[in-house]
Write a protein that binds this ligand. Structure first.
Ligand code: NZQ
Ligand code: ZN
Length: 388
């Protein structure tokens, strides 16, 4: 295990009715004029927007709004958000929605103190100087954005999907009410479950040895998804299922699993490469790609890790020979994603075969990806072809 410093500064308010804390939390973190970010009008129809603004009004806090933030959020929304922040001199941002809205809010926060174009921060041309405090009201279990410092944004003009990761972008507070996730449709529930599992895989497949505790935490989160993903699909208003998935999503990417080791993240990079060219739902891309990445990196040296996964999570029988068990674990992963209703091939989500080389180039734009197994353009293309 590597040395590490643990820092989880986000205060999480979890459970039914926790929206009540929004006003006092905004005040506590110095907010007097808030920019509220959201996606579609859904949050207004469902009353979540009004619940937030009522709490702000109670505390005498003014607010402005930025709606229309798209899934796979666009840099154009961040530019618009920065304009609103400056026009209204906002001092805190509250985001209501899934990972896309939360990531967009983080981008606005990071860019609010930067004079140049916000996209510079994602291409590393510019540096984040300061941020505005962030408060999140999460409505979809998936990304872990509610407790981490990552913002992933798409630029449709340059066809890139890039991330910034900064400790100062970790939200000050996050409200996680499982009831708000009852309305998540089946495809997004499934994609969110796959995303949570993928985050666990990315950190589980690490070359750093001696991380038993992190790996057993990983097993627990994966088992939670196997158990409750199908329940949430069948019974969308099952509180227990929604609560367990929501908390699993946060724990899967709040760094808990990564402390003391390094994560791989190659499959996410390949997924972002696909999403840069095609508007594919994040979890859908991962459902297609992950089994193929697993198959690609499985070799004698990786067999042990895959064997553990197959035994501990998928419960493959002890009598199986190690490589056979490892392969069985991968097959069951793919089967589970299909049973959740996810597509299994890139061609099913509209990707054109002749675009695969371009996507591979996009993926390795800043160099090789992955640490469990380093992948260059050739290897990425091979995985894409297998997934096609
Ligand atoms: O516009 P709204 O109404 O919010 O609709 C959203 C959107 O259409 C809808 N939705 C959200 N909550 C709902 C709901 N519909 C009904 N009821 C609810 N309660 O679901 C759709 C998808 O939302 P989105 O926010 O895009 O989903 P998700 O949370 O999966 O976020 C995906 C984005 O996060 C990035 C992805 O790349 C992608 O851009 N990621 C962010 C990460 C991070 N910050 O750490 C890590 C991840 O690996 C990922 O890269
Ligand atoms: Zn993800």
């Amino acid at each position: 295990m590597l040395n590490f410093k643990l820092s989880l500064p986000t205060e999480v308010f979890f459970g039914k009715g926790q929206i009540k804390v929004v006003g006092e939390q905004v005040r506590r973190h110095g907010g007097t004029r808030v920019l509220i970010c959201y996606g579609s009008d859904r949050v207004k129809r469902q009353g979540i927007f009004d619940a937030v603004t009522a709490k702000l009004v109670d505390k005498g806090i003014a607010w402005h709004e930025l709606g229309g933030i798209a899934p796979n959020p666009r840099i154009t929304s961040i530019r618009e958000g920065v304009r609103l922040i400056r026009e209204h001199r906002c001092d805190l941002i509250v985001a209501i929605g899934g990972g896309s809205v939360l990531d967009c809010a983080k981008g606005i926060s990071a860019a609010s103190g930067y004079e140049g174009d916000p996209w510079d921060l994602y291409t590393r041309k510019g540096e984040v100087k300061g941020v505005l405090p962030l408060g999140m009201v999460l409505t979809l279990a998936a990304t872990g954005s509610e407790m981490n410092g990552t913002s992933v944004v798409t630029n449709l003009e340059t066809k890139q999907k890039l991330a910034i990761r900064l400790p100062m972008l970790k939200p000050r507070f996050s409200v996680l009410d499982p009831v708000y996730t009852y309305s998540v449709p089946p495809d997004q529930t499934a994609a969110g479950t796959v995303d949570i599992m993928s985050h666990v895989f990315e950190q589980y497949f690490s070359p750093v040895p001696g991380t038993f505790v992190q790996d057993r935490l990983a097993d627990a989160l994966l088992k939670t998804c196997l158990h409750y993903g199908p329940v949430a699909l069948k019974e969308p208003e099952n509180y227990e299922a929604r609560a367990n998935l929501l908390w699993a999503g946060t724990l899967a990417l709040n760094e808990l699993l990564t402390y003391g080791k390094t994560g791989d993240w190659a499959t996410h990079m390949i997924g972002h490469g696909v999403a840069a060219h095609y508007d594919v739902t994040h979890g859908v891309g991962l459902a297609i790609l992950f089994p193929h990445w697993m198959q690609f990196v499985l070799g004698d040296d990786a067999q042990g890790k895959f064997y553990d996964l197959a035994r501990n999570v998928w419960g493959v029988p002890l009598v199986m020979e190690r490589m056979e068990a490892a392969r069985e674990g991968i097959a069951r992963t793919r089967q589970f994603f299909i049973e959740l209703g996810m597509p299994a091939r890139l061609r099913e989500v509209g990707v054109a075969e002749d675009m695969l080389p371009t996507i591979a180039k996009t993926v390795v734009e800043f160099g090789e990806v992955g640490v469990f197994r380093k992948l260059g353009e050739k290897e990425v293309l091979e995985i894409l072809k297998k997934a096609y």
